[in-house]
Design a protein around this ligand. Structure first.
Ligand code: 6PG
Length: 221
């Protein structure tokens, strides 16, 4: 489903409402809500809204979609983004936050997170209740780029490439597709790549399937 909003304000207001609707549904259905959050620039405006909403964060478990292999204090770290804009502003028990840790090597960080994700999804029919995704103008999503060697593992390494800085760690496609609902939040500058993805051209983002919402604003800002 594609939702078109007028401007960026409406894009993020509506995205926050969708988050809230999902949270409420799962809270009444099973008493908890699990969500995986992307980094990059776009989700900041969503986080600004979420911190003001009436959410009982004790019932929410938050996972990361991906991370650059960087110390958490680095300005391009998604950990930093999440701590500064969300975790530090909400009342969430620390054990409900599952981050990708910066450890001795990329592989050790990947394995540690993979174990965390596998422990969580073990025995469940689906992985997370909800995932917030972004899309690059090159059609990547999470840290799944066209040159990734493995997109299917639970948590996969993603090596620095010509057009993307840093080695990274990412949820794999199987886990992403197994989320109950996927929300791509796209500012208007992603309209061309969204059209290509929707027309069936093959980019990593095109392989995200099943209960997908793409939300995008029509005006430039
Ligand atoms: O950590 C990240 O950067 C992401 O998870 C990545 O997939 C992002 O969602 C897209 O690159 C879009 O990024 P923007 O929102 O900054 O355009």
């Amino acid at each position: 489903m594609v939702i078109k909003t007028r401007n960026e304000k409406d894009l993020f207001d509506r995205s926050a409402e969708i988050f809230m609707e999902e949270y409420k549904n799962y809270l009444s259905e099973k008493g908890s809500f699990s969500v995986a959050l992307s980094g990059g620039n776009t989700p900041k405006e969503l986080f600004k809204r979420l911190v003001k909403m009436e959410i009982n964060w004790e019932n929410v478990e938050i996972f990361m979609v991906d991370e650059r292999y960087l110390p958490p204090t680095h300005v391009d770290s998604n950990n930093r983004l999440l701590w500064d804009n969300l975790f530090s502003k909400i009342n969430i028990p620390i054990e409900n936050i599952k981050t990708i840790k910066y450890m001795e090597s990329l592989e050790i960080s990947r394995l540690e997170y993979e174990k965390e994700v596998e422990d969580f999804i073990k025995g469940k029919k689906k992985s997370f209740d909800f995932i917030v995704l972004g899309m690059g103008k090159d059609g990547h999503t999470a840290s799944l780029f066209s040159d990734n060697l493995d997109m299917e593992g639970t948590v996969v390494p993603s090596l620095e490439g010509k057009d993307h800085k840093y080695n990274r760690i990412s949820l794999g496609l199987g886990v992403i597709n197994s989320c109950r609902k996927k929300l791509f939040i796209l500012k208007n500058d992603k309209k061309e790549i969204l059209e290509l993805v929707l027309s069936g051209k093959k980019f990593p983002a095109s392989f995200v399937k099943g209960n997908v919402i793409y939300i995008i604003n029509e005006e430039d800002k």
